[in-house]
Design a protein around this ligand. Structure first.
Ligand SMILES: [Zn+2]
Length: 234
C-alpha cells in the first residue's frame, strides 16, 4: 500500500520516495507519495518525478487497489531507485481553495433546503449540481451570501482520523459516513468548526481566510428542481 503523505500535511509540496514497481515502462508505483490521486470531485495532481538529474513529467495519478499509479511522460525509472516528487503547487493550491469553498457552500445549501448532488472542482471554475425544491434565485443567492460570510472569517480547518463508530455517533456525519463501505474502520475527517464536518479524502486549506469569496457565474436548468451552477473564487 502506498503511504499517502498528503493526508497528514495538505501543504507538502515535495517529498522523497522509492520506486516500488514499474508497469508498462511509464506507470510508476511509489512507496509513498505527496501527489493527490484524485477523487471526491477533486482532480489529481500534476507535477514531476526527478531521478539522477532527469525530470519525468507526471500528468496523471490515480488510485488502483489502494496503490497510487503515477503516469510519467517517458520510460527510464527502475524499481528501487530513489526519486524526488514535486507537485505543480499553484494548481494544487487553487484546487484546495476550491475544495474548502465547496464544503462551505454544500453545508450552507443543505441547511437551506438545497442538496448538492455532485461536484467537479477546477482550477479556474468549479461546477456543482444541486436540487432545490421550488427553486428561487433569490433564495439561492442568499445561500452564496451566507457561505461568503463564513469565508470572510479566519475559521481554522481541522483534519484528523476517527474510528468509524465514533464518526457515526455524530448525527451530522451519518449521512455521508454511513454510505462508506464497512471495511473502512478509520475515517479521515475534515471539520470546519460551526460550518461543516464530513469524512473526506481530499486536500484543504488551513483557514477559510485563504479561500476568498465565491462568485456565482451561472446556473443552468437540469429539470424542475435540478440545477447546475458554476462558481469562481475572487
Ligand atoms: Zn470534500
Amino acid at each position: 500500500m502506498t503511504d499517502y503523505l498528503y493526508l497528514n500535511d495538505y501543504y507538502l509540496q515535495t517529498s522523497e520516495a522509492k520506486v516500488a514497481e514499474v508497469r508498462n515502462g511509464t506507470g510508476i508505483i511509489l512507496d509513498r507519495t505527496c501527489f493527490y490521486p484524485g477523487g471526491g470531485g477533486q482532480p489529481c495532481d500534476f507535477g514531476a518525478i526527478a531521478c539522477k538529474g532527469v525530470d519525468y513529467a507526471m500528468g496523471e495519478v490515480r488510485k488502483e487497489n489502494g496503490e497510487a499509479l503515477h503516469i510519467v511522460d517517458k520510460p527510464g525509472l527502475n524499481v528501487g531507485e530513489a526519486v524526488v516528487l514535486q507537485i505543480d503547487w499553484p494548481r494544487r493550491y487553487a484546487l484546495m481553495r476550491m475544495h474548502t469553498a465547496a464544503h462551505v457552500l454544500g453545508s450552507v445549501a443543505f441547511r437551506s433546503g438545497a442538496l448538492i448532488t455532485g461536484n467537479q472542482l477546477g482550477v479556474e471554475q468549479s461546477r456543482f449540481d444541486f436540487s432545490f425544491e421550488n427553486f428561487d434565485r433569490a433564495a439561492f443567492d442568499a445561500v452564496v451570501e451566507k457561505a461568503n460570510s463564513f469565508l470572510s472569517q479566519p475559521i481554522g480547518v481541522k483534519s484528523y482520523d476517527l474510528p468509524r463508530e465514533e464518526a457515526l455517533a455524530n448525527p451530522e456525519m451519518v449521512k455521508l459516513a454511513g454510505a462508506l463501505p464497512p471495511s473502512i474502520a478509520i475515517l479521515h475527517i475534515v471539520e470546519i468548526p460551526g460550518v461543516d464536518i464530513q469524512a473526506d479524502g481530499g486536500t484543504h486549506v488551513r483557514s477559510l481566510s485563504e479561500v476568498g469569496q465565491i462568485k456565482l457565474l451561472k446556473i443552468e436548468n437540469k429539470g424542475a428542481k435540478n440545477k447546475r451552477a458554476y462558481f469562481a473564487l475572487a
